[in-house]
Ligand binder design. Structure first.
Ligand code: ZN
Length: 238
């Protein structure tokens, strides 16, 4: 009987996706509306949620991240992320893990050095204007390879092959700004690079970011993640 029902279901749809399509079309009532739902969190609550999740991660506290079949179905037709996260591609900096979050919560833009080019900016604007995200977090991390490469360019005139050189070009002004400053040079550069991106986003001429910023409905915050302690240090919170 089960086989017969399954075959009828498959035959009723001509899309060719077979069992995958049948499974999806059999569960429409459980899915959220694609565009009507947005996160209910404000910017302050979103930031506090990230801070709480990171504190739990630092201490190895058990975290019940929303994932698995029920969550997958809940958000299949509509996502409600509460943060746009701009972070580095580094394999040790996995956003969902270090913030204890699950499916459908973080809208993530990742590239080496957490820079913002046209594709990244468009993704951020999409998250804010179309998905209603109230918080943008730009996060660097300790001993970032892209920042160290940019330092290498400045200090040693190193030339990287392919597109790597062009990719790290936007980091160079941050490197130059930190020469002769006290403290750990790489960490200073990581934070300066984050601050430059934060300031750029805050001063963007694009109304999709400016308007919610002026209205107090959007916050853009910087952070640096420690590979050693697992701590995310938030700054530029104003
Ligand atoms: Zn990095």
């Amino acid at each position: 009987m089960t086989t017969l029902l399954s075959r009828r279901g498959l035959l009723a749809c001509g899309c060719g996706l077979g069992a995958a399509c049948f499974a999806a079309t059999s569960l429409p009532a459980l899915a959220a509306s694609p565009s009507a739902k947005k996160t209910t969190l404000g910017a302050d609550e979103a930031l506090e949620t990230l801070k709480q999740g990171n504190r739990a991660y630092q201490t190895d506290s058990p975290v019940r991240a929303v994932q698995g079949r029920e969550r997958r179905i809940e958000i299949a037709l509509g996502q409600t992320p509460f943060v746009v996260l701009v972070s580095c591609s580094d394999s040790r900096v996995s956003p969902e893990i270090l913030f204890g979050r699950g499916l459908g919560e973080l809208f993530i833009v990742r590239n080496a050095g957490n820079c913002v080019d046209t594709a990244a900016l468009g993704s951020i604007e999409y998250g804010v204007s179309q998905l209603g995200v109230p918080l943008v977090l730009v996060m660097g991390h300790s001993r970032c390879g892209a920042v160290e490469a940019a330092i290498d360019v400045v200090k040693n005139n190193t030339v990287y092959p392919g597109s790597i050189g062009r990719m790290i070009e936007p980091i160079v002004p941050a490197i130059l700004s930190q020469r002769d400053k006290p403290g750990d040079y790489v960490e200073n550069c990581v934070r300066a690079n984050v601050s430059r991106v934060v300031n750029r986003l805050r001063s963007a001429s694009e109304p999709s970011l400016l308007d919610p910023l002026k209205a107090g409905k959007l916050r853009i915050v910087g952070a640096s993640y420690s590979l050693d302690t697992g701590t995310v240090d938030f700054f530029d919170e104003a």
